[in-house]
Design a protein around this ligand. Structure first.
Ligand SMILES: [Zn+2]
Length: 263
């Protein structure tokens, strides 16, 4: 069986002591590829280091909407960036490392933490620039969106981007339908077992548009416990059940989706 975790954060301090073991365990449980996501310049550098060190890890470089504005809280556990992010500088860094990553993300819009419209407008402006960059460089984009799903789709739809992954997408039925009609893919977290929302999403969306992720160390199957990439197996099992196929068939289909999206 071939499993893939298309979105996680191995640069988190919770992995600092035993990353070798975490990766070895993932391999033992049939995980063939892990895409590690960055969220700011310091984090992106670390992501590239990890991807270089471990054969099954690939890099995705990102500019998190809150980090971009220098508004990230101190206790994220990820490498930090002081102040606003200079997007043009970071784009230069991306270009220089083009051979070393498979996607741009996570990027997007997050209206949950900060409610001011002025801040949201600035986030949209940044996201538009990032979308343009992905269009020009022809790289897949991995999108984070929270309480901003419609605005996110509005911006993406205006672009020519086809390779779009919506990670842990919480938008309503109408927005799920719209995104799937646009041909976008959805990466499903392990909490699918607890959240009806993701079960509904999986029912609605064609299997060829589904991917699996953990968002490790967050969104684990056991609340309060560190999530790890090997837990993608749980998501595959759940998707298989909903789609009425075997776990093996489901895993292989999702692995093929990964290859089409990122390779
Ligand atoms: Zn994430």
């Amino acid at each position: 069986m071939k499993l893939v975790d298309v979105h996680c954060h191995l640069t988190h301090e919770k992995f600092a002591k035993d990353l070798d073991k975490v990766i070895a365990n993932a391999k033992k449980k049939d995980v063939k590829v892990i895409i590690c996501s960055g969220i700011n310049p310091a984090d992106n550098k670390k992501v590239l280091e990890i991807a270089k060190k471990y054969d099954i890890v690939k890099a995705s470089l990102g500019i998190y909407p809150i980090d971009a504005l220098g508004l990230a809280p101190d206790e994220t556990g990820l490498p930090r960036h002081k102040g606003k992010i200079d997007l043009e500088e970071e784009f230069k860094f991306f270009k220089k490392n083009k051979k070393n990553f498979v996607a741009i993300g996570e990027v997007g819009l997050d209206y949950y933490w900060i409610k001011e419209e002025k801040v949201h407008a600035k986030m949209r402006e940044n996201f538009e620039k990032i979308v343009k960059f992905c269009e020009k460089e022809k790289v897949p984009i991995v999108v984070h969106t929270r309480k901003a799903e419609k605005d996110c789709l509005d911006i993406l739809e205006k672009s020519k981007l086809k390779k779009v992954v919506l990670h842990s997408f919480q938008g309503n039925k109408k927005l799920i339908k719209r995104a799937s009609e646009l041909g976008y893919s959805f990466s499903i977290p392990c909490i699918i077992d607890k959240l009806m929302h993701f079960q509904m999403l999986v029912e609605m969306v064609d299997i060829n548009q589904l991917l699996t992720e953990t968002d490790a160390p967050w969104l684990g199957p056991v609340p309060g416990e560190r999530n790890v990439p090997s837990n993608v197996k749980l998501t595959v099992e759940r998707i298989a059940k909903i789609k009425g196929i075997t776990t093996e068939e489901c895993a292989n289909n999702i692995f093929m989706n990964y290859q089409k999206m990122f390779l």
